[in-house]
Design a protein around this ligand. Sequence first.
Ligand code: ADP
Length: 363
Amino acid sequence: MKKGSVELVGVVKRYGESTAVRNIDLHIEGGSYCCLLGPSGCGKSTTLRMIAGHESVSEGDILLNNRNVTTLPPRKRGTALMFQNYALFPHLNSLDNVAFSLKIAGVSRQERHSRALEMLKLVNMESFFEAFPEQLSGGQQQRVALARALINQPEVILLDEPLSALDPFLRTRMRAELKRIQQQLGITFIHVTHSQEEAFALADQVVVMNNGYIEQVDKPIGIFSRPSTAFVASFIGGHNIIEGTLTDSGLTTGDERLIRLESTPLGDTDNKAAVSLRCDRIQISPQPFESAQPDPMRVESVEYQGSYVHLRGQFSDGLGLSVFQSDADYLAAPLNAGDQAFVGWRHTDLNPLRPGSDIAPGL
Ligand code: ADP
C-alpha cells in the first residue's frame, strides 16, 4: 500500500443532539488527490477536522497507513491541516512563519531556515522570505501557509476551502499550483470544496457528501457521466432528472409520457423511479428526426453561454428539459423562446438513479 492512505470506518460525529457526520466509510489511496464535495453544512469540514485530529470522533475509527489514529493528537498523525484563514503569525516574516514548528521542535536556526527556504521555493515564494503577512496578497499568504503546512513532511495534507478567498483568476492559477505540488511531492491531498468545477479539475477521487452522508465516491468522469443519485446529478449540474413510475415498458412520467429505458432502475415500493440525462446528450431541432419524442416541446428560454447555448423547454404534459446545444448546431438552425422544438436521445444515455435521495437545495 502507498504511504498516506486514509481509511474511515463507520465514522459518526455528533454535536449534542445533532449529527454532522452519519456513519461514513471511505478509503483514500495514498498519494492521491481527494476532494470532499458538497453544499455548505453537509459535514465536509467536520470530516476533515476529524482526520486531522482537531475534532473528536463520536463513533468509528480513522486509520492512517493502516494505523488506528482515532484518539491520537494532531501532531502524532503525520497529517497537516491548512486553515481557511491561513492563520499566519503577523509578527513573523514568511521564513519564520514557515520555520515556526521546527523552532518549537528545537531544530537549529540554520537548519530550520534552510528547510523553510526549500518550502518557500516549492510554492514559488522564496523571493518574499523577509516579507511579513500584511505585506503579502491573499494568494501569497496562502502559498506561505501551504509551505508552513508542508515543512514537517506530512504524509497527508488537509485543505479546508483553500481557494475560496481568492478572486476567480487567482483561484484557477492556484488550483493548478496545488495539483503541481501534490504531484511533485506524491503525498495525499484531501481538499474540501463546494465547487464541482474545482473538484473535477483537481481530484483523482471525488467524494460527494450530503447531509452528513456520502452520496457517491468516484473519479470525476464517473461522477459526471454516471451520477448515482438525484442529489449528485442536481448538485453537479448539467443533468436533467426525469421522475416517473416504472412499468413493464419503461418509465411513465407526466401525462402518460413513456420513456423507454435500456436498463431498469430500482423503483421504491410505489415503483417511483428516476433517471438522469445529460443536457449535452439531447438532440434538439425545429424539425422531427428519427429518435425524437413524438410531440415537440415549447422552448421557454434560450441563453447564450459561449461554446454552447442553454435551451429550456417544456412538453404539453409538463415534463421540462434543459438542453445544451453546441454553438455551431445552434447557429445552423437557431431556436427562439416560443418555438416548437423536437428533442431526442439515446436510451443508453438515460442513467438510472438510486431512489431515496433528495434534489440538491436551491436547484
Ligand atoms: P461543511 O464543511 O460541509 O460546510 P460542517 O462540517 O462545517 O459542514 O458542518 C456540518 C454540520 O455540523 C452543520 O450543520 C454545522 O452547523 C454543524 N457543526 C459544525 N461544527 C459544529 C460545532 N462545533 N458545534 C455544533 N455544530 C457544529
